[in-house]
Design a protein around this ligand. Structure first.
Ligand SMILES: Nc1ncnc2c1ncn2[C@@H]1O[C@H](COP(=O)(O)OP(=O)(O)OP(=O)(O)O)[C@@H](O)[C@H]1O
Length: 229
């Protein structure tokens, strides 16, 4: 057996992030972190510790002030905006606290939205894939219903299906259960856990709920812009 460990889905080295021009405030102070491919990881930390800032960097939505971010073995900090957008669309999925569905569109149309962001072509296979993903989310009967007619938990399931449309290696979820009641939140979390196991999709989930963090294989704690080991 070779001792070589598989390439992590994300590898950060010395990642720093500062805000401001005249008065510069450093929020992340040199983060070293590996997220294993296929892992379910919780990101926790007090308010203001830098979780959202870190998630924006991991999602290639913002750039670090210094350091290296590798996604599936590919250095990202030297890419231009167009290449970052392309890589983001291909490799990452996003789930937010608020589902950001378009209320006047059906569940299936909402799942297909990332296609428009990538200026891709809709074909029969993707149409079917969106339906199959919604079926897996327990929403077979809701495929053609308007998003505005769905419950909060159903809407968040649609958002998870949308994040999986292009079969990303990593889904970044920012308090995905924060807007749901405890029982519905646990159901949505369990669904993400099942999808992680079935498909090998890595999930990084920001949560304030220690009970949910305990269900993950690993918890990363951020304190004052540093990973607390
Ligand atoms: N665009 C910005 N410009 C200046 N400062 C910012 C900016 N974004 C975040 N900060 C600061 O960075 C620090 C970390 O904020 P961040 O939102 O990342 O924390 P958080 O851990 O996600 O907090 P919460 O749990 O409350 O969402 C805070 O002090 C915040 O004021």
């Amino acid at each position: 057996m070779s001792g070589a460990s598989p390439t992590p889905v994300l590898r950060l080295r010395g990642v720093r992030k500062s805000y401001g021009d005249t008065v510069v405030t450093e929020v992340l102070h040199g983060i070293d972190l590996d997220i294993a491919a296929g892992a379910m990881t919780a990101l926790v930390g007090p308010s203001g510790s830098g979780k959202s800032t870190l998630l924006n960097l991991l999602g290639l939505l913002d750039r670090p002030t210094a350091g290296s971010i590798q996604l599936q073995g590919r250095e990202t900090t030297d890419l231009d905006d167009a290449a970052l957008t392309e890589l983001r669309g291909r490799s990452l999925g996003f789930v937010f606290q608020f589902h950001h569905l378009l209320p006047a569109f059906t569940a299936r149309e909402n799942v297909l939205l990332p296609l428009h962001a990538r200026r891709g072509r809709l074909d029969r296979a993707l149409w079917d894939r969106a339906g199959a993903l919604l079926g897996r989310m327990g929403l077979r009967g809701e495929i053609d219903r308007l998003a505005s007619q769905l419950s909060g938990g159903q809407q968040q399931r649609v958002a998870i299906a949308r994040a999986l449309l292009h079969d990303p290696g990593l889904v970044l979820a920012d308090e995905p259960t924060g807007n749901l009641d405890t029982v519905t939140g646990r159901e949505v979390f369990d669904l993400m856990r099942d999808l992680n196991r079935e498909r090998g999709t890595a999930f990084l989930v920001v949560t304030h709920d220690p009970g949910l963090a305990a269900l993950c294989e690993r918890t990363i704690e951020l304190v004052d812009g540093r990973v607390h080991l």
